[in-house]
Design a protein around this ligand. Structure first.
Ligand code: C5P
Length: 228
């Protein structure tokens, strides 16, 4: 049997530059991209829209199993996310959706229901996988595992600038509180907690700009012989 396609797993909390680094890696290498956070966000969005109880594991797992989700890549405006054929690209990026995502993501049967869907994204010539448990649970045999961190204050600052840039009215203290709460929930959960894999390269991005983070990760990719 042919060897499975190579995987680069990039994990860590939000606001570490993970999403941008993964997008660029996938572009530069010409590999597929898995934004696993978007899957949890879409599920949370669907659960809220259908009025499901976020404390009801059976209802959430049922919704996860039947989730009709599509990612349309290769468009100038970026990846389009469709739920039941409807464009939810922007709706899933709100703080409300992010928080609800971290609640549904803590349910073990939900994670189990979404595992194969994520593994099915591993296709030639390779996959860049962005998430919290890519290197620990979903692709434990990934060729390269990177874990990005940054202080909660710095991550909140980055998110603040991003939201301000979009003209959204936000408060920095509220963002710090939100991020800290979400981190705690992601780190403390019983399944797939947010921790680096033992063989992950951990990079603290607190004092780095996105170019420097990308260059460091690209260096690791080259070191592993994963780029042409
Ligand atoms: O990365 P993003 O902010 O889009 O993820 C939203 C939420 O989905 C995270 O806070 C986390 O709780 C959950 N998540 C997860 N496992 C992943 C990716 C995201 O639990 N692999």
């Amino acid at each position: 049997m042919a060897a499975p396609a190579p995987v680069i797993a990039v994990d860590g909390p939000s606001g570490t530059g993970k999403g941008t680094v993964c997008l660029r890696l996938a572009e530069v290498l010409g590999w597929h991209l898995l934004d696993s956070g978007a899957i949890y966000r879409v599920l949370a969005h669907a659960a809220l829209a259908r009025g499901l109880d976020l404390e009801d594991p059976a209802a959430l797992a049922g919704a996860a199993r039947s989730l009709n989700l599509e990612f349309l890549a290769g468009r100038a405006e970026g990846v389009l996310v469709l739920l039941d054929g409807q464009d939810v690209t922007h709706a899933i990026r709100t703080e409300v959706a992010g928080n609800a995502a971290s609640r549904v993501a803590a349910v073990p049967s939900v994670r189990a229901a979404l595992l194969e869907r994520q593994r099915a994204c591993r296709r030639a010539p390779g996959l860049v996988a962005d998430g919290r448990d890519m290197g620990t649970v979903v692709f434990p045999d990934a060729e390269l595992k990177v874990f990005l961190t940054a202080s909660a204050e710095e991550r909140a600052q980055r998110r603040y600038k991003q939201l301000k840039g979009k003209g959204a009215g936000v408060s920095l203290p509220a963002l710090i509180k939100d991020i800290t709460e979400r981190d705690e929930r992601d780190r403390a959960r019983s399944v797939s907690p947010l921790v680096p894999a033992p063989d992950a390269r951990v990079l603290d991005t607190t004092h780095m700009d996105i170019e420097a983070v990308f260059d460091m990760v690209m260096g690791m990719v080259r070191e592993r012989g994963l780029s042409r």
